[in-house]
Design a protein around this ligand. Sequence first.
Ligand SMILES: NC(=O)c1ccc[n+]([C@@H]2O[C@H](COP(=O)([O-])OP(=O)(O)OC[C@H]3O[C@@H](n4cnc5c(N)ncnc54)[C@H](OP(=O)(O)O)[C@@H]3O)[C@@H](O)[C@H]2O)c1
Length: 248
Amino acid sequence: MPVNTTNSRFAVVTGSSSGIGLAVTSALLNQEVKVLAMSRKKGELEPLLSHYGEQLIWCQGDVTQAADLDKLAALAKQIGPVDYLVPNAGIAQLGDSLDAEAFNRQWAVNGAGALNTLAALRNQLASKASVVFIATFLSAITFPGLAAYIASKSALKAQARTLAVELAKAGIRINLVSPGPTATPIWGSLGLDETSLNSVATSVCQRLLTGQFLEASAVADAIVFLLSDAARGIYGQDLVVDAGFTLS
Ligand SMILES: NC(=O)c1ccc[n+]([C@@H]2O[C@H](COP(=O)([O-])OP(=O)(O)OC[C@H]3O[C@@H](n4cnc5c(N)ncnc54)[C@H](OP(=O)(O)O)[C@@H]3O)[C@@H](O)[C@H]2O)c1
């Protein structure tokens, strides 16, 4: 029996402990949406958990583990039908473009992890539900060392667009957001030393029309828009939120 007896909306967000997932969680909570958040660590969710009480539930889990996704689905079932789903968990690792293992590692989280999250939650979705997958601005360009990352996101995009057609009849509206360079911990996890990271950041900023990395909240606002009824006519689109990076 669902415990959500109010008219409030219910969202599931993965990769909620930092960056864009944290910002989406925060934006939804602000709009009185109940959120079930999943990540391996609590991370920066801690203050939100204290502040929002029962409106925010954290499920510790890894999107590459079927048992963890089953646990997430069981929790979602207890709370109520899922109106919004954001399979946002992602990793980015620099590597040799011919290293198939680099693709497998990143696909496991960015691609299979995201799709399996939807598969696990499919039976818990509301009769009208909205899903936003997270791709990348890099699919439109190149970035030496990130071929496997870009490929994992591009394959996810292909799957998501076809799923948007297949699942529309079931009341599930699917879209993607492709964030541009956004100030989150993912850049620090690429495996670059500080000097190289600073040099990449400088050249990236030169192509951004704002001259600076996006804030995670700017990407989150676009995700929340696509989730919302205001975007009810939008199916299978990839909204690029990149401060003009891919225009030049
Ligand atoms: N920042 C950018 O410039 C940018 C650009 C384009 C696309 N993106 C995409 O945006 C999404 C969010 O990334 P971000 O920039 O916000 O980076 P981030 O701050 O590093 O956040 C990544 C999130 O994913 C979680 N995560 C990683 N592996 C996981 C796993 N196996 N299971 C569950 N959770 C996992 C992390 O939490 P735990 O470590 O606690 O599990 C963290 O909460 C990703 O899909 C990324 O590819 C980011």
